[in-house]
Write a protein that binds this ligand. Structure first.
Ligand code: SF4
Length: 441
């Protein structure tokens, strides 16, 4: 049952994960922590992989040949760091490895991990690779419960990241926004890891938690600064969100005088839902039971998203996301129609156009070096820029060997400032956050 009534009490984990520790990859730390909490709510002992470091890079490089994507190397390295910890019973270890059937190498991650683990003498490591193709079956009877909680976690993590990025550039006390972000994550994790008596009860608790978060952020003293260029950030989902892989580019942009508006993770999930519907149509299953279940899931996800995001309408004035995800696909049509292409590149192109029309001062695409999505987008961005008043759009590629990032960020922001001074498009409406109208100097 997709929307079953929940019963109180602790749930038993699905048999494949009984007695095992599930490690969740460190994508964006907030999203990963809330996802791990959602796993715990269905009885799975889940934790986020520790932060990446030089050992991560070393292990990832040792067990790959150089042709693989940078996110694969980093997540593989992080997993191998867990396996090399002394005294751990490796048969009790499981890793979450996302998968998909898109046009690039993403679908090869899980088989590749399995073969590396096998060659190192760990053939029994459990890999969990949920996808709509397998109906998220890895979580047994709790699948629907997990999918709903995880979705609420994703939306909440997007909200938290927005609050952080709206606040951090203007904080008066260095580190205060990060501290608040961390505290808020702990608060929301406690709510999501609890097995609630009903979906409605979980939503009530989550909304109450988000209102506490909102009050904390609104009370943070901020300084006035109307001159920061607003930079939209799109790109490959791992590299864009994982601060180790992108050398913390968002923070560097802030340090150089910008404010960042990052693409939401929920956008990617809306895209995969949309792609799922197209797949049903392609295979003549539009009226199947599976397609109906997917439609119902979409309806409930839309409703949940609205219930959470609407609490922040005032805080995100001028930073509104499109009313409907499909609006992004529509504005991407002149460049990459969703019916003729697939993958993140469509979302990134659509969002770059959206950012330009919304009045932002520049767009950055963060992608791993040799990423197929990034390369295709790079070929299209000059046209997007030409069609939208010459807005600066630039790809930043990462593979762990960046040389002079500060210089490149500085040059890009100079372009963004020039564009800001000459553009005729209106800037996004100022809000209390951007104007520093409260508490600050
Ligand atoms: S999106 Fe880019 S980095 Fe990610 S798997 Fe595909 S090609 Fe590799």
């Amino acid at each position: 049952m997709l929307f079953q009534k929940q019963s109180p009490g602790r749930l038993a984990p699905p048999p494949a994960l009984a007695g095992k520790k599930l490690w969740v990859p460190r994508l964006q730390v907030g999203g990963s922590r809330l996802l791990a909490a959602a796993f715990r709510s269905i009885g799975i002992d889940a934790e986020v992989l520790p932060p990446s470091d030089e050992r991560t890079r070393e292990l990832g490089a040792r067990h790959s040949c150089g042709d693989e994507c940078y996110p694969l190397k980093l997540t593989l390295g992080d997993c191998l760091k867990i396996l090399e910890q002394p005294g751990k019973d490796k048969t009790n270890t499981a890793f979450l490895v996302a998968t998909g059937q898109g046009p690039c190498r993403f679908g090869q991650y899980a088989p590749y991990f399995q073969s590396v683990f096998g060659s190192l003498g760990y053939p029994d490591i459990t890999l969990v690779s949920p996808s709509f193709e397998n109906g998220y079956a890895d979580y047994g009877e709790s699948s629907s419960l997990f999918v709903r909680s995880a979705w609420r976690g994703v939306v909440s993590a997007d909200i938290l990241l927005k609050l952080l990025l709206r606040t951090r550039p203007y904080e008066i006390t260095p580190g205060s926004a990060d501290a608040l972000y961390d505290e808020s994550l702990t608060d929301l994790s406690r709510i999501l890891e609890t097995h609630h008596r009903s979906y409605a009860h979980q939503m009530d608790e989550l909304q109450a938690g988000l209102l506490r978060v909102r009050a904390r952020f609104r009370a943070l003293p901020l300084r006035k600064d109307r001159n920061r260029p607003l930079i939209g950030v799109v790109g490959e989902i791992f590299c864009r969100l994982n601060t180790f892989s992108n050398e913390d580019l968002a923070r560097r942009l802030e340090a150089a005088g910008a404010e960042v508006w990052m693409n939401d993770v929920s956008e990617w999930l809306w895209y995969t839902n949309d792609e799922e519907a197209r797949q049903f149509a392609r295979t003549g299953k539009t009226y199947s039971a599976a397609a109906l279940r997917a439609k119902l899931r979409n309806i409930f996800q839309k409703r949940d998203e609205h219930a959470l995001v609407s609490l922040f309408r005032e805080d995100f004035t001028g930073r509104e996301e499109p009313d409907d995800f499909r609006d992004l696909l529509d504005i991407a049509v002149p460049y990459l129609p969703a019916e003729g292409a697939s993958g993140e590149m469509i979302v990134n192109i659509g969002k770059a156009v959206y950012f330009a029309r919304k009045g932002l001062d520049g767009v950055i695409d963060i992608s791993p070096f040799t990423c197929m999505n990034g390369i295709i987008c790079e070929a299209i961005y000059p046209r997007v820029s030409r069609d939208n008043g010459g807005i600066p759009i630039r790809n930043f590629y990462f593979d762990g060997t960046q040389s002079d990032l500060e210089r490149d960020v500085g040059i890009f922001l100079e372009l963004a400032r020039n564009y800001r001074n000459r553009k005729t498009w209106p800037a996004p409406t100022e809000t209390a956050f951007a104007a520093g109208a409260r508490n600050g100097s």
